[in-house]
Design a protein around this ligand. Structure first.
Ligand code: GLU
Length: 470
C-alpha cells in the first residue's frame, strides 16, 4: 500500500542540540493534530547523530518540552544514532544495486572541485562516480549516492504544491562519512521508512532535502511518504525569527508564564487557521485540522495576540494550578514566599487574573497580597497619608469592621455608605486606602483588594498606617 492509503503515522524529529525552538513546537503540534485528526499515530525520533552536541541534557530538554506542551508521542522515542548499523546496511544495499559508490577524493580535492563547480554554476561530481574502485588508494573513503544526471525530481508537497528539481543540480551527496558515520539525509529516509511514517510534516527549511531524500527512497525501492513543508515562523517585523524578537525557546515561553494550552491554541494559528476563530479547544483543532489547509506564506509571531490568547486560558484555569505556577514564578524571580502564600494566592488570584496576560503578570498582580506587615509604602503612597486622610482612614476602619460579609459586593456598598456618611466623594479616601493596602504595588479595585487580603490583614494594614508618623 502506498503511504496515503495506510493509516497515518506522523513524527517529530528534533535534533537535541540545545534549546527546543518554538518552530519545533509548532511542527510537533501539527504532526500531533494531524495524527489525532486521522486517528493515526504520532511518533518521536531524536536525531542525535551529532555526537558532540547531542547530550543527555539536550534530549531531556526535548522530552520535557513535549511533555509540558502536552504533545508527548504515542510510543517511546526512537534514537537515530542507535540505528547506525541499520543505516550502513541500507548503504550496502545501495552499493550493491549500483546506486551508490565509494569516493576517495581528499578534502583538498573536494574543496578544489567545489570551487570549479561553483564558478561553472553546476553541482560537483566526484571522478570516482565512474572510476574503477580497483584503482583506489589505500586511504579512507566516503560513500556517495549516485544520483541520476538527467530528468528532474518532482516533489508533490501538500503545502507547497509541485516543486521541481533538476537532477543535474543535485550533487552526489555523501551517505557515509569516512569514519563510517551515516549522514542526515540517509538516516532520515531509512528511519522514516522503518518507522512506517506516512506523512513527513516539517519546516520548509527541509524542502531542498526532500528532492535528495526522494531519490534515495526510489533507489531503495521504497514508497515515498507524503511530504508537507510548513512555512517558517517570522517575527512581527516579517524577518526570520531571531533573538532580537525575544524568546524563541519553548522553555522561555514556559518561564515567561504562558500556559501550554494557550500555546497550543496560538501555535495552531501560525500557518493554519479555521476561519477567523482565534480561540478554540484541542478537540476543535483536532476536528478541524487538515495539513492540506496549511498556508504557504510565513507566519508571524504576534505577542499581543499570544497575550490575548493566554489571558483567555488564564481566566479559565483552575486557581489552585495558577497558585502553584505563581509560587514557582516567585521563586524563579528571587522572591521569598511567606508560609501562608498559597492560601493567600488562592484568594487573590480569582480577583486579579482577568488583568493578567502571563503568569508573570499574575505574580505582579498578587504581590501586594503577600507583603508582610507593616508594609513598606512607596514614596507616592506615603505622600497620600496626611493628618486628614489618616483621620478618615481611622473612621473608615471602624466602619468596615462592622461588615460581617467580607466580600466584594457588601464591601463596595460599605465604601459607598462611608463616603455618604462623611459627605465626601470616594476620591477623598480611596487613594489613601489603596496606598495603605498595597503600599503602591499593583492592586485591583478597593473592594477586591480588601477581599483578597481578608478582614484581619486589611484592618491590620490600615492600623499600621495610622500609627505611622511622617
Ligand atoms: N532533525 C531535523 C531538524 O531538527 C528534522 C528533520 C526532519 O524533520 O526530517 O531540523
Amino acid at each position: 500500500m502506498s503511504a496515503p492509503e495506510r493509516p497515518v503515522v506522523t513524527r517529530i524529529a528534533p535534533s537535541p542540540t540545545g534549546s527546543m525552538h518554538i518552530g519545533t513546537a509548532r511542527t510537533a503540534l501539527f504532526n500531533w493534530l494531524y495524527a489525532r485528526h486521522t486517528g493515526g499515530t504520532y511518533l518521536l525520533r531524536i536525531e542525535d547523530t551529532d555526537r558532540e552536541r547531542s547530550t543527555e541534557a539536550n534530549v531531556q530538554v526535548i522530552l520535557n518540552g513535549l511533555r509540558w506542551l502536552g504533545l508527548e508521542p504515542d510510543a517511546p522515542p526512537i534514537f537515530q544514532a542507535a540505528r547506525a548499523d541499520r543505516h550502513r546496511q541500507a548503504v550496502d544495499d545501495l552499493l550493491a544495486s549500483g546506486n551508490a559508490y565509494k569516493c576517495w577524493m581528499t578534502v583538498e580535492e573536494v574543496a578544489a572541485a567545489r570551487e570549479i563547480a561553483r564558478a561553472e554554476g553546476r553541482a560537483i561530481r566526484s571522478p570516482w562516480r565512474d572510476r574503477d574502485p580497483a584503482e583506489a588508494p589505500d586511504a579512507p573513503h566516503v560513500v556517495r549516492f549516485k544520483g541520476p544526471l538527467d530528468d528532474e525530481t518532482v516533489v508533490e508537497d501538500l503545502v507547497k504544491g509541485v516543486v521541481r528539481f533538476r537532477n543535474i543540480d543535485l550533487d552526489d551527496l555523501v551517505l557515509l562519512r569516512s569514519d563510517g558515520a551515516p549522514t542526515y539525509n540517509l538516516a532520515v529516509v531509512v528511519d522514516d521508512h522503518d518507522m512506517g511514517i506516512t506523512h513527513v510534516i516539517r519546516g520548509d527549511d527541509h524542502l531542498n532535502n526532500t528532492a535528495r531524500q526522494s531519490l534515495i527512497y526510489q533507489a531503495l525501492g521504497w514508497d515515498l511518504p507524503v511530504f508537507a513543508h510548513l512555512p517558517m515562523i517570522h517575527g512581527e517585523d516579517g524577518g526570520k525569527l531571531s533573538k532580537r524578537h525575544g524568546a524563541q525557546a519553548v522553555g522561555e515561553f514556559e518561564e515567561m508564564g504562558y500556559l501550554p494550552e494557550a500555546l497550543r491554541n496560538y501555535l495552531a494559528r501560525l500557518g493554519w487557521g479555521h476561519g477567523d476563530d482565534e480561540l478554540f479547544s484541542d478537540d476543535q483543532a483536532i476536528a478541524w485540522f487538515d495539513v492540506k489547509d496549511v498556508v504557504k506564506a510565513p507566519a508571524r509571531l504576534d505577542w499581543n495576540k499570544l497575550g490575548h490568547v493566554n489571558n483567555h486560558y488564564l481566566r479559565q484555569a483552575d486557581d489552585d494550578r495558577l497558585a502553584t505556577l505563581v509560587l514557582e514564578a516567585m521563586v524563579r524571580r528571587g522572591a521569598e514566599a511567606r508560609a501562608d502564600a498559597r492560601a493567600r494566592l488562592t484568594t487573590v488570584i480569582p480577583l486579579v487574573k482577568e488583568g493578567a496576560k502571563t503568569i508573570k503578570d499574575l505574580d505582579d498582580l498578587c504581590r501586594f497580597a503577600l507583603a508582610n506587615r507593616p508594609l513598606v509604602l512607596d514614596e507616592k503612597s506615603a505622600s497620600v497619608l496626611t493628618e486628614e486622610t489618616q483621620g478618615r482612614l481611622g473612621r473608615l476602619a471602624a466602619w468596615l469592621s462592622e461588615e460581617s460579609d467580607w466580600s466584594p459586593e457588601p464591601l463596595t456598598a460599605r465604601l459607598r455608605g462611608f463616603a455618604q456618611n462623611e459627605g465626601v466623594g470616594l476620591g477623598k479616601f480611596g487613594g489613601a486606602l489603596r496606598a495603605v493596602l498595597s503600599g503602591g504595588a499593583p492592586a485591583p479595585d478597593l473592594a477586591s483588594a480588601l477581599t483578597a487580603l481578608g478582614r484581619t490583614e486589611s484592618l491590620g494594614r490600615v492600623e499600621d498606617a495610622l500609627s505611622r508618623t511622617k
